[in-house]
Design a protein around this ligand. Sequence first.
Ligand code: UDX
Length: 370
Amino acid sequence: MRKKEMEERRERRIIMFPLPLTGHLNPMIELAGIFHHRGFSVTILHTSFNSPDPSRHPRFTFRTIHHNKEGEEQDPLSQQEVRAMDLFALIRVMKQSYAEPFQVGVPRVVLRTTSVASVCAFAAFPLLREKGYLPIQDYTLDDPVIELPPLKVKDLPVIETKDPEELYRIMKDMVEGAKSSSGVIWNTFEDLERLQLIDLSRNFQVPFFPIGPFHKYSEDLPSTKNNKEDYAITDWLDKQEPKSVVYASFGSLAAIEEKEFLEIAWGLRNSEQPFLWVVRPGLVRGVEWLPCGFMENIGQKGKIVKWANQLEVLAHPSLGAFWTHCGWNSTLESICEGIPMICTPCFTDQRVSARYIVRCMASWDNVGTK
Ligand code: UDX
């Protein structure tokens, strides 16, 4: 791009406002890097809850937006009732307290951080209710959803809640919000989701920009190697055989039961492969304990950490497989490094992604055996 054109663009500012959760913040920071590289000035508005670290991204302007409703002094996101896992409470607070300043009439483009396939399913909720797929009945779990192949009923991206009507409302708002925008940016690419993009764009009728995977085009990556634990992980990976390590990680939000946690522990041990397992605080609902002597038994063969620089881990030559919850960022990051996935989806869009991953892998196997 010519210098003059670049200078003109710097005068144009893009303002970004992410949902304050890692799975949304990460791709938005990456996208901000793409915009900046193309010459735009970028401001990231954020809540004080889960705020990004401005010192890591000196090229962007960061502004905290404070909640300032009359009579309420405390930032609602800091209140006890809002837990990161309580998506509904989080979205409710975001809408009640932060929506107003955004009704200012500037052109609005939506960033969707999930797959297009999952948004196809969200957008089909009214039809799925009409046809009786929703609310889900246990005896239908393995039935195909004829309208959304290859999904089965158990893959539909619902969130367990006492108030399903609220879920339907949130999904309707999300779809309507995108339809009334100036366009939708997707962290995906055409070769991966061509048919879904064609299908959904007919229904949405606004321009679509499938310009992902962002982390491959951006100079601004959310996590950089900067602590002792990251170096220790790389040291450990360096000592393993090529393509031998099973990396197990379930993203930033998912919570599993104690029973599942133990099954994963035994699965990793019994695989007899070296493994790197991210057990972040909050991963286990209940008590996070490993059987007596588990780690001693494993010795150097297994490593358990609280967090890892996932992009670096997946790119390491010793990586052989990724045991994932199929969060969309994790899925894209794994595809980009060509790492086969073991899928244990936990909630919402992860189930949709898991179905597509399994279907893709099955078709590769068929190609291999023909
Ligand atoms: C959730 C949804 O699962 C996801 O589908 C949606 O698009 C956004 O919200 P999350 O569950 O956190 O996100 O999973 P994922 O989308 O995989 O994002 C996790 C991010 O954290 C990835 O970018 C991953 O690289 C990073 N991560 C995760 C680490 O850097 N280290 C870790 O130890 C775990």
